[in-house]
Ligand binder design. Structure first.
Ligand SMILES: Cc1ncc(COP(=O)(O)O)c(C=O)c1O
Length: 388
């Protein structure tokens, strides 16, 4: 039987494919250093694990309310209000299994075929995939290396049209590690405030930054009514496998999102939500320790990549990715990904996996030990004679 036509338009996240390939090579005995996957290599903090285990023992194993337990939604609303300098309530929060469903639900809820979506490119591949899947129109916004991988605001202004239904922002960003400066957010807010569109502000890396704390566009006048904040526990608390994320929605969107949630998941795992509550309300030092370690690795990998002929790497201000420009090697990103995997034993991602403007770049996740990062850099240096 043939699949539905729309399935020919859905994309994927190649990090998972490259990871599977690397594991297959390892199974054949090859040594591979993993710098491809975007998940912190730290364990979930002990007090959060204990809360999850206790929740199972205490019977938090059945269905819960579709949008999440009220006390967890309240705790999230309090956290978001405090960290973003805004006022939202638990009724604005929908808890879902990870950050990704928020993209899926929001786009399904608002996009009609032909609606235009402005999104960062290179950017998280699922934005583009869902735009295609839903028959909407791609309006990729090139990120500019010289601007710390923010948009060019004139290009952004020119891309806005009466058909623009959604603008996606992601700061700190995947794959570049770029943080959108506050002045840019203010300008973007000024440009979209009076338009009939929604902003999806993907803030999943909000706690992983090295310079000034990232700002949220929701702080600007009129933006809270038209912005959805996506955040979650995956990166901040090293909880990728727990599947716990949330969206903070304007009131007019919450019923639609809950409807999609009840049609797909019923609810998010109950014991996972209890662990999330412990994460928000418990000590935060594990986050500080993780970010401190990421900073050490960031400094090491950026310096190391800059010492490799043909590579030029700016210093990312957030997340845990280095995104060097590799045009100096004369190779395509895809060919370099292949060479590094097969000949150097370093698994990383072609920038083109994040969209057309990612060509000429590579993404290295530094969610791996400093020792492994140094070894990966040595391995890349050794094979660099192939392009010098
Ligand atoms: C920019 C961005 N948004 C959202 C997500 C999704 O996170 P989750 O694993 O919580 O679904 C990721 C994960 O890599 C990401 O990089």
């Amino acid at each position: 039987m043939k699949l539905a036509e729309r399935m020919s338009r859905i994309g994927t996240e190649s990090a998972f494919e490259v990871l599977a390939r690397a594991r297959a090579l390892e199974a054949q005995g090859k040594s591979i250093i993993h710098l491809e996957i975007g998940q912190p290599d730290f364990p979930t903090p002990q007090h959060i694990k204990e809360a999850g285990k206790k929740a199972i023992d205490d019977g938090w194993t059945g269905y819960g309310p579709t949008a999440g337990f009220p006390e967890v939604r309240e705790a999230i609303a309090e956290y978001i209000s405090r960290t973003r300098g805004i006022t939202v309530s638990g009724s604005n929060v929908c808890i879902v299994p990870g950050g990704k469903p928020i993209m899926y639900f929001l786009m399904t809820a608002i996009l009609e075929p032909g609606d235009e979506v402005i999104y960062p490119n290179p950017g998280f591949p699922i934005y583009e995939s869902l735009v295609d899947f839903l028959g909407a129109k791609r309006v990729p916004m090139p990120l500019v290396e010289e601007r710390g991988f923010s948009f060019d605001l004139t290009t952004f202004e020119q891309a806005l049209s009466p058909k623009t239904k959604l603008v996606v922002l992601n700061s700190p960003g995947n794959p570049t590690g770029g943080v959108i400066p506050k002045d840019d957010l203010k300008r973007i807010a000024d440009l979209v405030r009076d338009r009939d569109l929604v902003v999806l502000s993907d803030e999943i890396y909000s706690r992983i930054f090295y310079e000034e704390a990232p700002e949220s566009i929701t702080q600007f006048d009129g933006m809270l009514e038209k912005t959805v904040i996506l955040d979650g526990f995956s990166k901040t608390y090293s909880m990728t496998g727990w599947r716990l994320g949330y969206g903070v929605f304007p009131a007019w969107l919450t019923t639609a999102i809950e409807r999609l949630m009840v049609n797909s998941n019923s609810c998010t795992a109950s014991f996972t939500q209890r662990a999330g509550l412990a994460a928000l309300q418990g000590p935060q030092d594990a986050v500080d320790v993780m970010v401190k370690e990421f900073r050490r690795r960031r400094d090491a990998i950026v310096a190391g990549l800059n010492s490799i002929p043909g590579f030029r790497c700016s210093t990312p201000a957030g997340a845990f990715y280095a995104f060097p420009n590799i045009t100096g090697t004369g190779m395509s990103s895809k060919a370099l990904e292949e060479l590094l995997m097969t000949e150097a034993g370093v698994s990383c991602l072609s920038g083109a996996a994040f969209g057309e403007y990612g060509n000429g770049y590579m993404r290295f996740s530094y969610a791996n030990s400093l020792e492994n990062i140094e070894e990966a850099l040595n391995r890349i240096r050794r094979v660099s004679s192939r392009w010098t």
